[in-house]
Design a protein around this ligand. Sequence first.
Ligand code: RUB
Length: 309
Amino acid sequence: MADIIEDTSRQIADMTIRGAGKIARAGASAIGEFAGSYRGGSLEDFLADLKSAADRMISSRPTAVSLWNGVQSAVRGADGASSLEEARALVESNARRFVESSSKAVQTIASIGAKRIREGDTILTHCNSSAALGVIKEAHRQGKSIKVYATESRPWRQGILTVTDLAESGIDVTLVIDSAVRSVMKRIDKVFVGADTITSDGVLINKIGTSQLALAAEERRVPFYVCAETYKFSPMTIFGDMVTIEERDISEVVKPGEVPDQVKVFNPVFDSTPGKYIDAIITEAGMISPGSVYDVMVRQLGGSVFAKE
Ligand code: RUB
């Protein structure tokens, strides 16, 4: 397997590259680079190697459908090319287009989402989502005086990235441990989180603990917003496929020897939040209700959504 594919999938698997948007862009770029530097013989060889590269990339993290969508966007149409050169050029330009459009989507979400934030709002966010942080930072950039609470997000503590980013942007930010969520909800006006995957019936799959934010928000009638580019919508869920919830190594939770050997450790890293707890999903195509995900997906993907093998 080409170095670029091996290196990028390893960095995605070990979380050097993380966050659903970033892994999608990294996966698509790696496939584009793979095509650009391909030095094999025939078109058939290229298509076979491209398929292996795409499979390898997609398998690096199982939950975020963004990675699947990014890689599929990069390879789309290659099998209809009439020469190796045409196929390579197509994959390179597909990858570039995906990276550009996905970065633009994050900016569009920031400007749409910032409209939901009012002067004086206190916001809660979870983990480290570029889409959610884009919204919060855009509201601050517009001059709104806001406060943010950010969860630590055990075990990887992505909350440290979040509070550092927000503090460096000049935002008043407070770090809380994950189990403080229900307790701090009384201070919160709005919750903004990101998404790894959204199913066709509007269920959110995001960092473990997201669903407890949603429950605590529901209890206090605090609006709960999901910031998600539409490539986080999962076409496979239309057909009833379940989203795989990644479980990671127990070494992320306990140090060697810290607990007796017979203790089992369960480390699921994402959870699911039913659409009934979500007030709106902020996408680059506008703000939608969880119940509209299917329609948006069908409109965007057209007939190709039903072309599942
Ligand atoms: C990150 C996480 C983020 C989403 C969205 O989990 O759950 O909320 O990926 O991120 P991990 P973004 O750290 O395990 O990748 O909005 O940046 O795409």
